[in-house]
Ligand binder design. Structure first.
Ligand code: ATP
Ligand code: MG
Length: 414
């Protein structure tokens, strides 16, 4: 048997209603904030990610699905959404639209990861990007949208951690301090960390190797090196969060896995399983880095598979799959044609209705209706066709009433 590739999953018909429920709720939250959906290609030119996400990140160094296409171009399956959205923003001249540009997306991402709980090779992210404002107000709006999504999905026990990782200005001095801290132990760090020491020492703080994590303890913190502007920005974010009664903790260890972040960074962590469900932050340098005008922006991405795990815990009793409103059982050729037409009329009225399309016995039809948890069953034979009336049975109560066999009459009795 051919199996699915490691790290992928099938989303089955039996669980799709949960995905759709989540997607509907999230879409509402975004749309009420004036956001428009954007859809971009699954693959991009590799250079977009090496420049956008950063040469020294785990994503680019270890996790990308990169290949040459038949025309010899280096192509990469998108490992994240922001770089592609920003590429599209520049390429389509969206800078001329009114500011800020508020976008959201839901897209599959591809990363060659160590597969484990909450870590897949194909996974989905729902995210937002707000492009064109440097104000802390946008940071707070984006964080608040994340909060609202969890609320709309009835998910509690979520913790918000925030940090500021400054701008290139404050980072220069910090990176020197960090190098001085790491240098005495450098030969004991993993090979990847060693390659990052000169180019991007902050990446070393994001290393997942246990021995590197140990040695990183007590490292200088960027918060102590923020320039006045970054400091003020962070203070403003914090005080507005307080005004909004949004609880947060400052976690000076958040550096985020992608290089483009500046100033505010944040993570929403599920206290049920300890996993980060949502991560984001400001990325003021990215638009320029990819070839656009110098344009500030802020956004987040949440892992939908991780979201679903916790969603189940809080909603398994209240969110259920739709079941068929009416099943029309029939026997005989005339009744079959009659029932087919009636189904057609009912569906035009937006009723969830089914009938047999396998030419099965009445008994088998009832069995099917039962399995589908049909709310009502109407049974039609020759007599019912002649009289244009039939019994309509409420399957939950067992009550039966007689109805005229027109779509309008049936709808009235639902
Ligand atoms: P980590 O440090 O845990 O690897 P990251 O910095 O790579 O995280 P982001 O790229 O910011 O994470 O992704 C945002 C969110 O997307 C994560 O918080 C998580 O919910 C989800 N996510 C990231 N990678 C995966 C994956 N391999 N499988 C499933 N979900 C993922
Ligand atoms: Mg990662």
């Amino acid at each position: 048997m051919i199996q699915k590739p490691k790290g992928t999953r099938d989303i089955l018909p039996s669980e799709i209603y949960k995905w759709q429920y989540i997607e509907d709720k999230v879409k509402k939250v975004f749309e009420n904030a004036g956001m428009k959906e954007i859809r971009i290609p699954v693959f991009e030119n590799t250079e977009l990610f090496s420049r956008g996400v950063g040469e020294t990140t785990d994503v680019v160094q270890k996790e990308m699905y990169t290949f040459d296409d038949k025309g010899g171009r280096s192509i990469t399956l998108r490992p994240e959404g922001t770089a592609g959205v920003v590429r599209s923003y520049i390429e389509n001249g969206m800078a001329s639209l009114s500011t800020p540009l508020k976008l959201w997306y839901e897209m599959a991402m591809y990363r060659y990861e160590n597969v484990q709980k909450g870590r897949l090779r194909e996974f989905r992210q729902i995210g937002t990007e707000v492009i064109g404002t440097q104000s802390y107000l946008a940071d707070v709006e984006v964080i608040n949208l994340g909060m609202q999504i969890f609320k709309a999905l009835n998910i509690s026990n979520i913790k918000l951690n925030i940090n500021s990782i400054g701008c290139p200005k404050c980072r220069a001095e910090y990176q020197e301090a960090l190098r001085n801290f790491i240098r005495p132990n450098l030969d004991k760090y993993c090979d990847t960390c060693k390659t990052r020491f000169e180019k991007n020492p902050m990446r070393i703080l994001d290393c997942k190797e246990e021995k590197c994590k140990q040695m990183n303890q007590g490292a200088p913190q960027i918060l102590d090196y923020l320039c006045d502007e970054c400091k003020e920005h962070f203070e403003n974010v914090k005080s507005l969060l307080k005004e909004l009664n949004i609880d947060y903790e400052i976690d000076p260890n958040i550096v985020r896995g992608l290089d483009y972040y500046t100033k505010t960074v944040f993570e929403f962590i599920s206290e049920d399983d300890g996993l980060t469900v949502l991560g984001g932050g400001r990325y003021d340098g990215l638009v320029k880095e990819i070839g656009g005008q110098d344009t500030p922006a802020v956004g987040f991405a949440m892992g939908v598979e991780r979201l679903l795990e916790i969603f189940d815990k809080y909603n398994s009793n209240s969110v259920k799959d739709k079941t068929v409103d009416i099943y029309i059982a029939n026997i005989g050729d005339r009744a079959n044609i009659f029932a087919t037409k009636l189904v057609d009329e009912l569906r035009k009225r937006d009723v969830f209705v089914e009938k047999d399309i396998c030419k099965r016995s009445l008994k088998a039809q009832f069995k099917y209706a039962d399995k589908q948890k049909a709310k009502f069953v109407i049974t039609i034979g020759d007599d019912e066709v002649d009289n244009n009336r039939a019994k309509m049975k409420n399957m939950e109560t067992g009550n039966e009433i007689e109805v005229e066999l027109t779509a309008d009459e049936i709808v009235k009795n639902l």
